[in-house]
Design a binder for this molecule. Structure first.
Ligand code: 8GT
Length: 137
C-alpha cells in the first residue's frame, strides 16, 4: 500500500497538439470531482488495457478523435497524492490524429498556447507537467 494506505489510480492523459503547437484542454463538468478545472483528455486505465489503449479509446469517446498507439509519444508523468487515492498519470503527446475535437460529453474545450497554460486552473497533479510542455513546444 502507498502512503497512508491509499490506492494507486492509473490514469492516462494526452496533450493533443494542433498545427500551431497549441494544446487541447478540457474542462471538468459540474457534478464531477475537481469540477471547472481544465485537464488533459484521458481517463482511468481499465482492467486489461495498456495506457496507450486507454488513450486511443478515450480520445474517441470524449472528443471524436481517431488516433493510433504509434502516434502517442510519452512525455512525462504526474505522481500526486489526493485525499482518497494516489494518482499516477503518464502524459503522452499526440500530433497525428484524424477528426476535429468536439466535447462529446458536453465538456468545454480550449486550444491553448503553451505559454498560456497557467491561465487555466488545472488539478494540482497537473501543475508540474506544464514546464515539460513549455520546453517541448
Ligand atoms: N483525464 C485527466 N484526469 C486527471 C487529470 N489530472 C488529474 O488529477 N486527473 C484525475 O484523474 C482521474 C481521472 O478520472 P476520469 O476522468 O477517468 O474519471 P472521472 O472524472 O469520471 O472520475 P471521478 O469523477 O471519479 O473523479 C480523476 O480523479 C481526475 O481528477 C488530467 O489532466 N486529465
Amino acid at each position: 500500500m502507498s502512503e497512508a494506505g491509499k490506492k494507486i489510480l492509473l490514469v492516462a492523459a494526452c496533450a493533443l497538439l494542433d498545427q500551431d503547437g497549441r494544446i487541447l484542454l478540457a474542462q471538468r463538468p459540474e457534478g464531477k470531482s475537481l469540477a471547472g478545472l481544465w485537464e488533459f483528455p484521458g481517463g482511468k486505465v481499465e482492467q486489461g488495457e495498456t495506457p496507450e489503449e486507454t488513450l486511443v479509446r478515450e480520445l474517441d469517446e470524449e472528443l471524436g478523435i481517431k488516433t493510433k498507439i504509434a502516434c502517442l509519444a510519452p512525455l512525462t508523468f504526474a505522481s500526486h497524492t489526493y485525499e482518497t487515492f494516489h494518482l499516477l498519470m503518464p502524459l503522452y503527446v499526440c500530433r497525428r490524429y484524424e477528426g476535429i475535437a468536439h466535447g462529446r460529453e458536453g465538456q468545454a474545450l480550449k486550444w491553448v498556447k503553451p505559454q498560456a497554460l497557467r491561465d487555466y486552473p488545472m488539478p494540482p497533479a497537473d501543475e508540474p507537467l506544464i514546464p515539460f510542455l513549455q520546453d517541448l513546444l
